[in-house]
Each structure stands twice: as structure tokens, then as C-alpha cells.
Design a protein around this ligand. Sequence first.
Ligand code: NAD
Length: 313
Amino acid sequence: MKVIIAGAGAMGSRFGLMLHQAKNEVILVDGWPEHIDNIKKDGLKANFNGEEVVAQIPIYHQNEVASVDFSADLVILFTKAMQLDAMMKEIKNMVGTNTKVLCLLNGIGHEDVIKKYVPLSNIILGNTMWTAGLEGPGKAKLFGNGSIDLQNLGEDGRDATEEVIACLNKANLNAKYSGNILSSIYKKACVNGTMNGLCTILDSNMAGFGETDVADAIVESIVSEFAAIAKMEKADLNIEEVLTQIKSCYNRETIGLHHPSMYQDLIINNRLTEIDYINGAIVRKGKQYNIETPYCSFLTQLVHAKEQILGAK
Ligand code: NAD
């Protein structure tokens, strides 16, 4: 397939590399000049499960793609949530009438942005358990295994979605069709909507927060707000299952000693966060449905205050 990775940071590099290794025609589109320059000069470098690899994959700055002739079969979106609209605008001439657009960003409501540029029948929503990191511009750190659940947004997109699944699976990306993608998106958003913001504000790893005697009460209050919105959106959310998954993050033997990605973005790398697309999305939808969301609202405000105190960019 001819594939555009729109947003070639940590996750985009993983997907770009694995699809390139599986002999797809891949191009990367990104907005970080230093990263783009390094990949143009030396190729995309990665520590891939302990092995140092280099792949020569074409990469373009998103502000230069208007003149690039590449009619893609598939666009995989991997910007940060706040970069999505600008990216969609800049790649729109590469999105043809048959181009499928797969969104794998964390967070809620990205379809509202994508719908402005792509017909519903070409949009695929997904949720991925793959992870990735960047060691620096041009170099990714890719460890472990993952999976992807995906579903077409429009009713008539199933066959095309199965083709995308086959393409991803040829690259060992473990994709499968989901009959209810919104549920898995909301489930993951609950984990991100608790661990990310709370550990960032409290300057704690997940175990440290989880072992406080107020952790359960705070997490249950936040999850109940997500569940109320999920219900309005017809996303089936099993609260007990969600709470069990969140509590599993506290385990010191597994991932409890890690700081979640928002902590790394803001506290370590001084970057703006995706809070507006996780807890902030619940606040916006709460207003729409007339549902109170005080915990999500307060956490969103606290994270924005922290971004401003630290001068995050
Ligand atoms: P990322 O920050 O690595 O990349 C996103 C964009 O930011 C890219 O365009 C990248 O070039 C740019 N960028 C990265 N570091 C930068 C820096 N220091 N200065 C300037 N620009 C920089 O994001 P990601 O981790 O690939 O995540 C993309 C999406 O996937 C997000 O919605 C995220 O929540 C989601 N996600 C991430 C993971 C993960 O393990 N990283 C897992 C699942 C989902």
C-alpha cells in the first residue's frame, strides 16, 4: 500500500518503520524541523527491540507537501491531538477520494476534526496498545509488543477496513476489527484521564499515587464522569473493568514505577499536553449534554496552570 504517516514522532516512527520493512511504499510527514533534517540526512534510526536499525524513508515537512505528488491508499494519523487540525489541513491534497484515514491518537472526539477534511466512509478509528519513545530527533526507541483495534466510522467502510487490517498485519502490527471501537477508546481515555493528569500534577509515578489513601475516591469520581459521557455517546463502558485496569497501573512489579506519557511530555520535556482532548473533551461534551464534570474540569485547569508555570511549548 502507499502509506502516509502524518505525524512521525515516536509512534509514527514505529508504524512507518514496520510498514516500510513490510515493503509498503511509506512516506513520513512531520512538523519538527530538527527531526526531519536528521531523517533526511541519515535515515530514520531506531533501537528496535535492542537492535540498531536505519531505514531510508522519505520525509517531508508538512508545510512542503502541497507540491508532493503521492496519492495515498492510507493515511495514518499520529500527531499529538493539538496538532491534528493543522496536519489535516496541510496534507489535504494528498487525501484522494479513495484514501482511507486511520486515526490512532489517544483521546476523544478526533473524528470531529477529521470529518472536516475526509468523508465519513473513509475514516477509520482505532485504539492501539503499541508504545514508542524518541531518544532524540531522528531516533526512535521501540520495545515490546502491541495490538490495534479498529473500526470504520461510516457504515459502508468495512471492506476497506479489512484491507487496512491485512496491510497492518503483514507488518506484524496485530490489528483486528472491533465492533465497538468507541468503548475501547473511552476505556483507554479513562486510564489516561486519571493516570496522566494526576501523576503530572502530583509529581508522582503511578504506584506512588495509587498507594495514597485518596487514590480510589479520586479515580472513581473521574471515571464516573467519563462513564456518564460515554453513555450519552453510546459507548459501552464497564466501570468495574476500567477501575481494575487503572489499579493494575499501580503495580510496582510491572509498570507502577513509570511516569505516564503526560508527565514525560510536560515535566521532563517541557511540552504542551493532550489534556484538552482527554479530560477536557469530557468537559466539552458535558456542557453539550448538560452533565456536570467538576473533576475533569479541575484537572484540566490544573494541568493548564502547570503548563503555563513551566512555560511549556
Ligand atoms: P510524539 O510527541 O513523539 O510525536 C508527535 C509529534 O510531535 C511529531 O510530529 C513529532 O515530530 C513532534 N515532536 C516530538 N518531540 C518533539 C520535540 N521535542 N519538539 C518538537 N516536536 C516534537 O508523540 P507520540 O508519542 O508519537 O504520540 C502520537 C499520538 O499517539 C498521541 O495522541 C499519543 O497520545 C498517542 N499514543 C502514544 C503512545 C506512545 O507510546 N508514545 C502510545 C499510544 C498512543
